[in-house]
Design a protein around this ligand. Structure first.
Ligand code: KIV
Ligand code: ZN
Length: 388
């Protein structure tokens, strides 16, 4: 991989961590369709699945390995030889294969998940990296639950797995526990204290249990992480993973961060809809970037402002994320400016209309409806038809 410190690699895990959402399982052909869109979107790595988990997941990794040309294809394993063997086998057609292996790093996981000790866990992590490295050059190690891990032990683990051959080290906030400054400080500590840190890329992988996944990911990037792990629409177990479109648009909008990705954001709306449909998981209307209301204005003050100059109330150009234009929604909170805008769009000549009078009648109708559509406006204007 290139080593431009400002280039942020986007690792998409929609098809692995994202697909762990109950009821959202995809067929292999659906996964291939999404992977090809992810390739067009410009992601650097596609996590294709967890091959040992089921024959279907194994097949999906094989199919994606054959279908995708540019991005790295990654397969997840636990830190054991059986998982790694399955991953190696599933990746045999990949042009750029990566194995993503790892183990718990917090005392909570070490004690209550593995009933083990720090020393044993560290050794198992190192052994897994060394074993995987016999078959595949590009090895990513995940220190599961790093968000709650002791920082000195985490640093020791990161140093050991890099020495064992890890090319990327993932620092997951598996339970979405950290505050942005805590997570950022964790990444900074590793950047400052792990002796061989320049031999690997640090990756951030955040969960959204407290609604902080995007903020934590950005904090990690600001402190030296160069890979961000995300999903389309932020889908994932429980409250989900970091949303890919949010991270990419934060970096694009805040040029002062001086970080860039290879993402072509104009594909966002389309791929968001595709993932939502295939997974039968609706996107919440107020979801940043791709929600139905992300560029919809309904209050009079905002509508007036946005009609005077779009940037009064929009920090992103909707075309940049694949939406034709923002929407001015007519409701009982709308003002005359928005009503005039829609009447003109419907070809009414405003000079020939008593706008104040129409607005009074509009408010009466709007108070009894959630939203005024074109049909309602046409009915409202029927007595004034000659003006069209
Ligand atoms: O959240 C997590 O810790 C993970 C790892 C398996 C990478 O998804
Ligand atoms: Zn995860």
């Amino acid at each position: 991989m290139l080593h431009d410190p400002n280039r942020i690699y986007i690792f998409d895990t929609t098809l692995r961590d994202g697909e762990q959402v109950p009821g959202c399982q995809l067929t292999t052909s659906e996964k291939v369709e999404i992977a090809l869109r992810l390739e067009a979107l410009g992601v650097d790595v596609i996590e294709a699945g967890f091959p040992i988990s089921s024959p279907g997941d194994f097949e999906s990794v094989v199919a994606l390995s054959k279908a995708v040309k540019e991005p790295v294809i990654c397969a997840l394993t636990r830190a054991n030889t059986k998982d790694i063997d399955a991953a190696v086998e599933s990746l045999k057609y990949a042009k750029r294969p990566r194995i993503h292996t790892g183990i718990g790093s917090s005392d909570m996981h070490i004690k209550y998940k593995f009933n083990s000790t720090r020393e044993d866990i560290l050794q198992r992590g190192v052994d897994a990296v060394k074993y995987a490295k016999r078959f595949v050059e590009d090895i990513e190690f995940y220190a599961e639950d790093a968000g709650r891990a002791d920082i000195e032990f985490l640093a020791q683990m990161v140093e050991a797995v890099i020495a064992a051959g890890a090319t990327v080290v993932n620092i997951p906030d598996t339970n979405g526990y950290c505050l942005p400054d805590q997570y950022g400080a964790k990444i900074k500590f590793l950047m400052d204290n792990v002796k061989n840190i320049d031999q690997a890329i640090i990756s951030v992988h955040c969960h959204n249990d407290l609604g902080l996944a995007t903020a934590n990911t950005i904090a990690g990037i600001q402190n030296g992480a160069r890979q961000a792990e995300c999903t389309i629409n932020g889908i994932g177990e429980r409250a989900g993973n970091t949303s890919l479109e949010e991270v990419a648009m934060v970096l694009k909008t805040h040029q002062t961060l001086n970080k860039y990705t290879n993402i072509n954001s104009r594909h966002f709306y389309e791929i968001s809809g595709m993932v939502s449909r295939m997974m039968r998981m609706p996107v919440q209307p107020n979801k940043a970037i791709v929600g139905k209301n992300a560029f919809a204005h309904s209050s009079g003050i905002h509508q007036d402002g946005v009609l005077k100059h779009r940037e009064n109330y929009e920090i992103i150009n909707p075309e940049d994320v694949g939406i034709d234009s923002s929407e001015i929604i007519l409701t009982a909170r709308s003002g005359r400016h928005a009503l005039k805008h829609h009447l003109e769009r419907l070809d009414y000549v405003i000079d020939k209309i008593n706008l104040d009078d129409v607005y009074e009648r509009f408010l009466v109708v709007a108070d009894s409806k959630k939203e005024i559509k074109d049909d309602d406006l046409l009915a409202l204007m029927s007595g004034e038809g000659s003006e069209r």
